[in-house]
Ligand binder design. Structure first.
Ligand code: AHM
Ligand code: MG
Length: 325
């Protein structure tokens, strides 16, 4: 019988300090609990709308609120966490402690899929906290390259935790006893792919470079990309990025003309940065409007960004279209 290393043993062998290990363990344990709540669905009365609107002007689902509370409470009780910020909360929350780490998270990504039993997930990012003072919003506004850990849990046919600390990307599967067991070591994204993920219903609203790139994919073998493409769109970023980490592909959520003043739909601090770190660490690339997402200097907590990430050669093809204008 195969024996698997569990997350606790794996973390002990990583070059992470005890404080960071504690933060990651807290997030992992909370995701294991969230997985049970998500799985119970209608049985626990947790499906449906909460009847509230969040800071993003989006209708909250009951599970958005429940999972946000679960993560907030766990992180506030975790000694090395000085502050947290969530897609579902208007302002940053200092914990009253100084030093250690800051955590940003999207407690339940893919909310539109909750009520229809399609994969959803939790995305998180860990940043160093400032020394000497309680964190304020400005302390969270750090480039993605400053992240000391990032990852997600996907609640799908299997519940998995995919994680990067100092280097590498590893995947853990939740077993029936609630342990995270290392099942996917050194995850790597192939440089080439013939699979794209984008919400095609927005095609008429895209900017020219994105339109040209996707047109090229749709033209198949005889087009500029020189191969026949397949398309997938789960509408849960966690599930789409997970597929890309497992078998390659490119994921895009570009700017579009429906909301011309917003640079994109996805949020830099809770979605784009952690996913971009995972993708780059797995050998892929992640760009916004041409530059690397991880180099973006955030100016606002809930900032949005256009996103194209995944297999390196396709992301570079998108970048070339963007540069051509
Ligand atoms: P959410 O955090 O409110 O769930 O929104 C983010 C999600 C992503 O997971 C997904 O890629 C995207 O929204 C899907 O958007 P659309 O419904 O426009 O296809
Ligand atoms: Mg989200």
């Amino acid at each position: 019988m195969t024996t698997f290393v569990d997350l606790t043993a794996w973390l002990a062998a990583e070059p992470a300090d005890a404080a960071l290990t504690d933060v990651v363990q807290t997030i992992a344990a909370t995701c294991a609990r969230i997985s049970r709540v998500v799985a119970s669905g209608a049985l626990s009365g947790s499906l449906g709308a909460a009847g509230s609107i969040n800071v993003q002007d989006e209708e909250q689902k009951k599970l958005d609120v429940i999972t946000n509370d679960m993560l907030s409470e766990a992180l506030k009780a975790c000694g090395p966490v000085a502050g947290l910020a969530s897609e579902e909360m208007e302002e940053v929350e200092p914990t009253g402690r100084v030093g250690g780490y800051l955590v940003t998270f999207d407690p339940l990504d893919g909310s539109s899929n909750i009520d229809v039993n399609v994969s959803v997930g939790t995305i998180f990012s860990v940043l160093p906290a400032p020394a000497g003072h309680a964190p304020v919003e400005a302390d969270f506004l750090r480039q993605g390259r400053d992240q000391v850990a990032a990852g997600y849990a996907v609640y799908g046919p299997q519940t998995m935790l995919v994680l990067t600390l100092a280097s590498g990307v590893n995947g853990f599967t939740l077993d029936a006893e609630g342990r995270w067991l290392l099942t996917h070591r050194a995850i790597a994204i192939k440089a080439d792919t013939a699979e794209f993920a984008i919400n095609m219903s927005n095609q008429r609203h895209w900017a020219e470079p994105v339109r040209r790139y996707i047109d090229g994919c749709l033209r198949g073998k005889d087009g500029p990309r020189g191969k026949n493409f397949n398309m997938r769109w789960v509408a849960s970023m966690v599930a789409d990025v997970h597929r890309i980490l497992m078998r390659g592909g490119i994921f895009m959520y570009p700017w579009d003309a429906r909301e011309p003043d917003k640079p994109g739909k996805l949020r830099l601090m809770y979605e784009a940065n952690p996913m971009s770190l995972l993708v780059e660490r797995a050998g892929g690339k992640a760009i916004g409007d041409g530059g690397d997402i991880l180099d973006v200097q955030p100016t606002r907590l809930h900032q949005r960004v256009p996103v194209a990430l995944g297999s390196a050669n396709e992301v570079e093809a998108v970048r070339a279209e963007m540069r051509a204008g």
